[in-house]
Structures are given as structure tokens and as C-alpha cells.
Design a protein around this ligand. Structure first.
Ligand code: 13P
Length: 249
């Protein structure tokens, strides 16, 4: 497995100026750091200015969403090609806020993953169960369905370009982190599932990262788990001090 993958999902926060100021601080503060893959996911409006501010650094840019259509009369949508043009390397797909607040189903998520890959973007593919699903013991079957349907008809080369994020919905923005053991259990399950579906040792190449109330205090214990290869940070990635502490755990 490569270096720890640390991504900040800013969700619907920061103006262009705020995003660029943050980016300038970030690149100065981690200029010497070469043993992390650091990714930031600003809102659409700030992508291009942030890409400009990142030029020459080893921090990468991600979008938070994309259209499942290539181009055309889809008012309000943003295509994969536009994201590549704006300087993105990654795109978050299947985030629980997209699934639950905007009704995205597995089939749409699958289409988004395919168009992202075909355009040269690397998907950060999110899966995770709700509290209700955990309480009724369906965590494993929910994750398995999300993975099988989200990755339907992808080949091994496609799979190698993914990052998978396990984000238990009950841990997002709630201050309630999964325990390292709870997260490790699901990460190991995902790794086995990927190996069983796509061939042995396949999953070894895919970063499986954890998201849900990650902060400077819990980062080290999470990262100490065998199958946790990085984190997708929401709230704590908006503040430069806490994001830096997480990156430098
Ligand atoms: P929080 O870190 O705010 O819980 O958000 C997690 C998340 O949804 C990252 O994508």
C-alpha cells in the first residue's frame, strides 16, 4: 500500500477567496511533506482558482460531485470533462449526502464512476450504512450491495484507479466516530470483497479510507489499523490548524 491518503471534503463551504487563502497556507505548511497523498475537495466555484493556487505543489484537487451525462442540455450539471479542464484529478462519488439528500441511487453512482474513469478522473467512491441499517444488522449486506452495484461492469484496470471511502452515515458530522475496531472490521470486509470479486491481491492496490468525524485527536488510532489507508475529512478539514494536524498525524 502507498502513502496515507488524506482528503478534505469541504462540502458547501468557502468562497473563492477563502478557498485560495486556505490553499496557499496549506501548501506552505506542508511543502516539505512527501509521504502523504493530500487531496482537497472545494466546491465547484473554487475548483479552478484552487487548481491555479496548487500549481507546482504535490497536493491534488478533487471535485465533490459530477454529472452522469457527458454533455448537453442538463441545466445546472457539471461534467467530468469540465472537472478535468478545471484541474481535478479526483472526484467524490456516492457520498451519503448525495445518496440521502439528493436521492442518488446505486445505478446513477455506477454511471458517474464510469464517466469519471473514462475521462481520466479517479473516483473516491463512498459507501456506508445508516444507523438504522447498523442496528438491524444489515451493515455488511448494505456495503456489499453498494459496492457490487456501484462498481457494476467495471474491469480490473478500472478498479485499480479507485479510492474507496467507508463513511458510516451515523458518524458523519455527528462527532460520533466509528471506533478503530468498527472501522477496521468494515475495511477488512471491503478488502476481502474486492479480492473475491476482482481477483486476489486486487484490493492491496486500492486505498480504503475512513470518513466520519475524523479529527486531530482520533486520527492516529484510526490510522494504526491495518486496513485503514487514509481518511476523508469533513468539518475538521475546513480549519487549517486541524487539517494540518490530521495530515501530520
Ligand atoms: P465529518 O468529518 O464532518 O464528519 O464529515 C465526513 C464526511 O462526510 C467526509 O466526506
Amino acid at each position: 500500500m502507498g502513502v496515507p491518503f488524506i482528503a478534505g471534503n469541504w462540502k458547501m463551504n468557502k468562497t473563492i477567496r477563502e478557498a485560495v487563502d486556505f490553499t496557499n497556507q496549506l501548501r506552505n505548511l506542508i511543502a516539505e511533506l512527501d509521504d502523504r497523498e493530500v487531496v482537497i475537495a472545494p466546491p465547484f466555484t473554487a475548483l479552478y482558482p484552487v487548481a491555479e493556487a496548487l500549481k507546482g505543489s504535490n497536493i491534488h484537487l478533487s471535485a465533490q460531485n459530477l454529472s452522469d451525462k457527458a454533455e448537453g442540455a442538463y441545466t445546472g450539471e457539471v461534467s467530468a470533462r469540465m472537472l478535468v479542464d478545471a484541474g481535478c484529478r479526483y472526484v467524490i462519488i456516492g457520498h451519503s449526502e448525495r445518496r440521502n439528500l439528493f436521492g442518488e441511487k446505486d445505478a446513477v453512482i455506477n454511471a458517474k464512476i464510469k464517466i469519471a474513469l473514462a475521462s481520466g478522473l479517479k473516483p473516491i467512491f463512498c459507501v456506508g450504512e445508516t444507523l438504522e441499517e447498523r442496528e438491524e444488522d444489515s451493515t455488511f449486506s448494505v456495503i456489499e450491495r453498494q459496492i457490487k452495484e456501484g462498481l457494476n461492469n467495471l474491469n480490473r484496470d478500472d478498479i485499480r484507479r479507485l479510492v474507496i471511502a467507508y463513511e458510516p452515515v451515523w458518524a458523519i458530522g455527528t462527532g460520533k466516530t466509528a471506533t478503530p475496531e468498527q472501522a477496521q472490521e468494515i475495511h477488512a470486509f471491503i478488502r476481502h470483497l474486492m479480492d473475491a470479486t476482482y481477483g486476489e491481491h486486487m484490493a492491496g492496490d486500492i486505498p480504503i479510507i475512513y470518513g466520519g468525524s475524523v479529527n486531530p485527536k482520533n486520527i492516529s488510532v484510526l490510522m494504526a489499523e491495518r486496513d485503514i489507508n487514509g481518511v476523508l475529512v469533513g468539518g475538521a478539514s475546513l480549519d487549517i490548524d486541524s487539517f494540518i494536524q490530521i495530515i501530520k498525524f
